[in-house]
Ligand binder design. Sequence first.
Ligand SMILES: Cc1ncc(COP(=O)(O)O)c(C=O)c1O
Length: 409
Amino acid sequence: MTATDVSTSTSTAQHIELTERYAAHNYHPLPVVLAEGEGAWVIDVDGRRYLDCLAGYSALNFGHSNERLVAVAREQLGHLTLTSRAFFNDKLSGFAEALARLTGKDMILPMNSGAEAVETAIKVSRKWGYEVKGVPAGQASIITMQGNFHGRTTTIVSFSDDEVATSGYAPFTTGFRSVAYGDIDAVAAAIDETTVAVLFEPIQGEGGVVMPPEGFLRDLRALCTERNVLMVADEIQAGLARSGKTFACDHEDVVPDIYVLGKALGGGLYPVSAIAADRDVMDVITPGSHGSTFGGNPLAAAIGTEVVAMLEEGTFQARAAEIGDQIEAGFRPLVGNGLVGVRVRGAWAGIDIDPSLMTGRQMSEALMERGILAKDTHGSTVRFAPPLVASDDDIALLVTAVTEILTAG
Ligand SMILES: Cc1ncc(COP(=O)(O)O)c(C=O)c1O
């Protein structure tokens, strides 16, 4: 790896200037313009190499330009890319079967973005509430968690407590009750006869890789069963090997009623999302009651089928756990030495930097200068989610860089 020269080239400056001029400012990117990617590494327009420790918010679990996924996509491009669901296609059948097998559920409903899958889970839960549970018309409520991130649609930001995500977007969708993340007593107290679902992230990614207390997922499973409420796990970022297991719920051997999946389901090549549920829940969906032009298209389905095949081999889950051990061993000694907190689950880590030293943004900028890309969240927190193809040397580079920056800071 070559050391990164922080001076901004003309080419980099031009791309940034044009992007800022013509594309809405809904992100605050680091000043790097990427042009190539392979495995855990990306290359900018000036040829500088960076270790990608964000991995498209876990969409790139299998690495950039993963050979198997690219081969499948290329092959499918030569056949058929879109039919709409007005017709059947010869790839959705295999994808639906494979994803149902992976999740252990009877059926899937394919969509595109993560937010669409969350919206789907909300709609299915409400309809199940009315048609199966017998909730009075128009009164369904869903319990959500404080600190959540489930996407950016109007309905989803209606239950966000992030000022930036909500400000200026009222009026919001009603029917949600928010409780403290991981507080089983608060969930129990919030459930009443109108409650159709509890929507939660088994690990809050955007929140800074925050985990609920040990036992929460098991207790939530028992509570949802007892009170006839759907347990809806948003595994969009936490699932599909990132946490060291296929699903983050697996850490407590818990099976939710609805899995909400996205990001890595499309291998970082294509937006592919889905929910998975048993027939008694999914059967509330009838023709015309929900859908999407691109959902379940043959290109998405071909890629998704290969993603499932790769996950069924188990190697990515095992590698995520190994990476997690290395990250834990590297970051844990920094607590009290520049860090005030470290949370690691699989190849996923959130570090809380001592705010008197630097902000998370400053840490991300300093890492960029050293050829590592990561993303800050909530002021002094930085999360790391390298592709699961990262080598031991790559992870060692990350640990050394963070250690040196904290020491110098
Ligand atoms: C847990 C979770 N749910 C939903 C989403 C939304 O996914 P998308 O950005 O694909 O709409 C995200 C995105 O970061 C997420 O982390």
